[in-house]
Design a protein around this ligand. Structure first.
Ligand SMILES: [Zn+2]
Length: 200
């Protein structure tokens, strides 16, 4: 990054990085988030350039690394990492459509998988399924969630025998696009369209 030069004619949303040359010293005073070399002013942080024309000052506003803190009612998308009779364990990758890193672990009790009674969660959820759900208790570790509701449940799934994509052919009924195996999942109404988003 060290040799990058900031182009002020570009969009101000463009990020600069530590070491980006942002101005010539004769033009501006270096403000916060900057350091000066012999001839140039450089960014000391990753962020957006802010120019104060009155003070002839150039500074860089650091891009805040906003951690997503899960709250009750948030919608998540994640991958199923384990399914037992009683519990589905999910690694959350998105909360309210924003990528989270590192992931959070969430569990869904069998009673929160579907409105229908299930003997076992693995009747309708498989390891590797991508699910959309709602956080119902953000105060516990792991988090607790629900997949109940037409927009919640499995949004993408692969065949348990051959691994090919499963296509929805009926409510909660899926068919393998390769080996034609029929499988059951608790799907969302928009299963398979690739939407991570959710509209309340
Ligand atoms: Zn198959």
């Amino acid at each position: 990054m060290i040799n990058e030069i900031y182009d002020r004619t570009k969009d101000s949303d463009v990020l600069v990085y530590p070491g980006t040359r942002i101005a010539v010293k004769e033009e501006f005073l270096g403000g916060s988030g900057t350091y000066a070399g012999e001839r140039f002013i450089f960014s000391a942080v990753t962020g957006n350039v802010v120019i104060d024309l009155e003070k002839h000052e150039i500074s860089v506003l650091p891009k805040a690394k906003t951690a997503t803190i899960p709250k009750n009612g948030d919608i998540f998308v994640g991958g199923v990492v384990n399914v037992s009779r009683q519990m589905v364990t999910i690694a959350i990758h998105y909360i309210n459509n924003k990528e989270v890193n590192p992931t959070y672990t969430l569990v869904t009790h069998v009673s929160q998988v579907s409105r229908e009674y299930l003997d076992s969660a693995d009747e309708v959820i498989f390891h590797g399924d991508i699910v959309r759900g709602k956080i119902i208790d953000a105060k516990t570790i792991p988090l607790q969630g629900s997949l109940v509701g037409s927009q919640l449940g499995v949004i993408l799934s692969n065949c348990s025998s051959c691994g090919a994509r499963l296509k929805k052919i009926g409510r909660n009924k899926l068919k393998c696009t390769d080996c034609s195996k029929i499988e059951r999942r608790k799907t969302t109404i928009d299963y398979g369209n690739g939407h991570l988003a959710f509209k309340l």
